[in-house]
Design a protein around this ligand. Structure first.
Ligand SMILES: [Zn+2]
Length: 270
């Protein structure tokens, strides 16, 4: 009898997950409109949106942002990537740059929309303190050159706590606070979840669905295969624990974002 109850619970849970996925597909455009402050009656197509994803290292795009990239590309959003280092910690920078281009090709970002910064003051190093003013000036120059209306990056915990990830959040928050973000551009940060939620794979979906967030991107089995293929492009990083990550990390299935609040425009800070 108890076996039937367990089977019933598991099947119900799986059906619920499927419902969440299909409901999410319909609601993503509305969420995008909401975060971009577009009136609900107005038409908005994906190609009206230019989104910039700012990462620190080659492989961040697929380890942490794959669900977002896959879903935005499906909606025909112009997705760009700004990666602030070549990932040269083990002197593999040249190889890792190429791996990044290959991974982005799988995810649907063409080479022409990828910028890899290779600056000696922005080393791939968890112990290096990246300058907030340098990072924010690199990001704001890129934003002004391309007129993005959405920028997505790490939150203050950087998902893995890597100092280079959190430095980007500090820089983007600085731009937001000092009013340097171009008009009509919203800033979103990827929510870091606790260890338990992080490594329960797609079973974490109901939490991401029920807990409040500004934007949520969920992928199904097809999207997951694409995210996995992108991860496999980073051959230099494929150590045994990466396979565990691919299988168990919820970031391979779902991303949730919160808004980075913006201060008044052109605020002078003395
Ligand atoms: Zn990273």
């Amino acid at each position: 009898m108890s076996v039937y109850i367990v089977v019933f619970i598991v099947v119900s849970y799986l059906i619920w997950l499927k419902c969440i996925y299909y409901r999410h597909r319909r609601s993503l455009v509305n969420s995008l409109k909401r975060v971009m402050n577009v009136l609900s009656s107005g038409e908005m197509n994906g190609d009206d949106i230019s989104a910039l994803i700012v990462t620190a290292h080659p492989d961040d795009e697929c380890m942490f942002f794959a669900p977002t990239i896959v879903r935005l590309v499906e909606l025909e959003v112009n997705v760009h990537l700004l990666c602030l280092s070549a990932g040269n910690y083990y002197n593999q920078g040249a190889q890792r740059k190429q791996e990044l281009l290959n991974s982005c090709a799988v995810l649907g970002i063409p080479d022409s929309r990828i910028t890899i910064v290779d600056h000696k003051k922005l080393p791939d190093d968890p112990k290096a303190e990246w300058s907030v003013s340098l990072v924010s000036s690199v990001i704001v120059q890129h934003m002004r050159a391309h007129s993005f209306n959405m920028v997505l990056t790490f939150d203050g915990s950087g998902v893995s706590g890597h100092a280079n990830h959190t430095a980007i959040h500090k820089a983007v928050s600085h731009l937001a606070f000092t009013g340097q973000v171009p008009n009509d551009c919203c800033l979103l940060c990827l929510v870091t979840v606790g260890l338990l939620r992080k490594y329960v794979s797609f079973l974490e979906l109901p939490f991401s669905w029920l807990l409040p967030s500004c934007l949520r991107c969920i992928i199904g089995s097809q999207g997951y295969r694409r995210a996995k293929d992108a991860m496999f492009c980073h051959r230099s990083q494929l150590l045994w624990f990466r396979y565990l990550y691919i299988t168990f990390s919820r970031y391979m299935f779902v991303n949730t974002f919160q808004m980075i609040p913006q201060g008044p425009k052109n605020l002078k800070v003395y």
